[in-house]
Every structure is written in structure tokens, then in C-alpha cells.
Design a protein around this ligand. Structure first.
Ligand SMILES: [Zn+2]
Length: 173
């Protein structure tokens, strides 16, 4: 009788250890998907407000991060028609190809098409207007607005602040 009791105690102890260990390894393996999902967001670029203030000029900060607008006909790319790529001034994400730029006469650089996945659209009802705001898909900086009065083939006019962009000329071969 006494022997049986000892065997039982030992058996329960062994089972307890096995159960504890399997629970513990489950906890560890559950942590891995969480780490992996963080890595999936590495194609976006998030910065704090203080970090943006350090890397941007005052005018860039006003437009890119506070959704400001440069004065019409003042931007460096309004009348700029060289061949190359217009990239985000905040994160260098490719945004517009020079081949899609056209003279809209509106006072800001205009494109009829954005590169796929390069920009995000958001409804913007500020200033009593129903507009669609365009932001960089990578760093969420404000770029400008898109309107339905553009030329063929899309009928769209991406009206973008010069300050929101940098220009990368095509390499001449
Ligand atoms: Zn960007």
C-alpha cells in the first residue's frame, strides 16, 4: 500500500513536469508569429514628430507633415520637364515618372498617373471642399490632391507640391 502511494506520487510529478514543459514551449512558439508580423511592416517608414523636425526644412515640415500647400506658380518643379523620376522628399519613395507630367496651368506640378502602390488616397473635407488628399504610401507625408479634370489616358490630375518631391534625373548613356 505504501509502495503504491510512492509510485503514484512519482507518476504525478513526472506528468506535471511534462505538462509544464509543453505549456512553456507553446508560450515560446506563440511569441514567434508576433515578432514576424512586426517584420512585415518594414516597408513603411514611421518617424516621430521630433525626428521629422530634425530632418526636414521648416517649409518641408509645414507641407509634408502639417498638410500645407506651397503658393501657386512658386514651386521649383511647376515648369520642370526633364526626364527622370519624382521621388518623395520625406523618404525617397518613387512617386511619379516624368512621362506622366503635363502642363495643367494650375500652378503646381501635375501628373496624370502615380506609380502603382506609391501613394494613398484619403477624403479631405477641409476648407469646405470635397477633395481627395494624396499621401506617400511609405512615410505618410502629405503630397497634394488628385482631381478628375486630368487628360487622357486616366482623366486624373495629381496636383502635387514641389516641396513634397525631389527629382532623380535619368542617367544619360
Ligand atoms: Zn515618403
Amino acid at each position: 500500500m505504501k509502495f503504491n502511494k510512492q509510485v503514484w506520487t512519482l507518476g504525478i510529478a513526472v506528468i506535471s513536469i511534462i505538462v509544464f514543459n509543453s505549456n512553456y514551449s507553446q508560450v515560446l512558439s506563440n511569441e514567434n508569429p508576433v515578432l514576424n508580423s512586426d517584420n512585415n511592416e518594414s516597408n513603411t517608414m514611421k518617424k516621430t514628430d521630433a525626428e521629422w523636425k530634425q530632418i526636414l526644412s521648416q517649409e518641408e515640415y509645414r507641407i509634408l507633415r502639417s498638410k500645407g500647400t506651397e503658393r501657386a506658380f512658386t514651386g521649383e518643379f511647376d515648369g520642370h520637364f526633364e526626364e527622370g523620376m519624382y521621388i518623395c522628399a520625406g523618404c525617397a519613395n518613387n512617386l511619379f515618372e516624368s512621362g506622366t507630367k503635363y502642363r495643367s496651368g494650375c500652378g503646381w506640378p501635375a501628373f496624370y498617373e502615380a506609380l502603382p502602390e506609391s501613394v494613398e488616397e484619403t477624403k479631405d473635407n477641409t476648407f469646405g471642399m470635397n477633395r481627395i488628399e494624396i499621401t506617400c504610401s511609405k512615410c505618410e507625408s502629405h503630397l497634394g490632391h488628385v482631381f478628375n479634370d486630368g487628360p487622357d489616358p486616366t482623366g486624373l490630375r495629381y496636383c502635387i507640391n514641389s516641396v513634397s518631391m525631389d527629382f532623380k534625373p535619368d542617367e544619360k548613356k
